[in-house]
Design a protein around this ligand. Structure first.
Ligand SMILES: [Zn+2]
Length: 265
């Protein structure tokens, strides 16, 4: 499932390849992925226009267009963006697929833009839980987890009885932390996922802030959340990569959570 790093890799594909090309065709016929727009309405809004920026906050991505409306692209559970360049080479970014994607495999294309120079940008999404829409709401999202300041982070963790893991997953508190990033950050910060937010000391919050940014940066650098160091220990019999204690697991914040019971307090 894409978390912030996977969405960032999709955003990079758009930023590197798809900007400033004139849009000559739009496939917006998938009424589920393009809801609530009727087929043809995204097409009508974008024909002759260009994508001019590629933005991301948390797991949400949107492009400003020369014509006015922004184009929102959400990768859902399994989405990748694929750009086909002038020589037919493909550049993709987005969700990590264990078996990869063969070039030319466009079976799961849910939305596509064709450009005047013959290049193309498509959303390929086997599970069809991605979404494309005009002017998506992004104002409710919290600060982006890759760049959130300590001050803004403290404000998001200032009060409440929610478990710290649940607060990390709350996209209006901090945007972009999914289940695996949350487990990695809590493990780095040596915090028990079930600790209530109001129980955290200022030093705990500062450590967690550093851990979130470090976890996100490592995953962006490494190519996705599957590369994070605690992920291989998230299974029955898995041991903490630092102290070799048997990892515990339970449902915290509605999600399966793994932690080191010796170090995470
Ligand atoms: Zn440990």
């Amino acid at each position: 499932m894409p978390e912030l790093p996977e969405v960032e890799s999709a955003r990079t594909v758009v930023a590197q390849y798809a900007l400033d090309r004139v849009i000559t065709d739009v496939d917006d016929t998938d009424t589920w992925v393009c809801r609530p727009h009727a087929p043809g309405s995204i097409r009508a809004a974008l024909l002759g226009s260009r994508l001019i920026t590629a933005n991301r906050r948390g797991k949400s991505m949107w492009c400003e267009t020369a014509a006015g409306p922004t184009l929102g692209i959400h990768l859902g559970m399994s989405g990748k963006l694929v750009f086909i360049d002038e020589s037919g080479d493909e550049h993709d970014g987005g969700d990590y697929w264990q078996r990869g994607r063969a070039p030319g495999d466009h079976r799961f294309t849910r939305f596509a833009l064709k450009f005047a120079d013959g290049t193309e940008l498509m959303l390929v999404d086997p599970r069809r839980l991605g979404r494309v829409r005009l002017d998506p709401p992004v104002e409710k999202l919290g600060p982006d987890a890759l760049t959130v300041t300590l001050k803004a982070f403290r404000a998001a963790f200032a009060k409440g009885t929610a478990p710290v893991k649940a607060r990390l997953l709350d996209q209006e508190a901090v945007a972009g932390v999914g289940n695996l990033l949350a487990d990695q950050a809590l493990w780095l910060a040596k915090l028990d996922p079930a600790r209530p937010v109001l129980d955290l000391s200022p030093a705990d919050v500062a450590r967690l802030h550093r851990a979130v940014r470090a976890a996100v940066a490592a995953a962006v650098e490494g190519g996705g959340v599957h590369t994070l160091s605690v992920i291989p220990a998230r299974h029955e019999g898995g041991t903490c990569p630092r102290c070799r204690t048997l990892m515990h697991h339970a449902t915290v914040g509605g999600r399966t959570t793994w932690w080191c019971p010796r170090e995470q307090r």
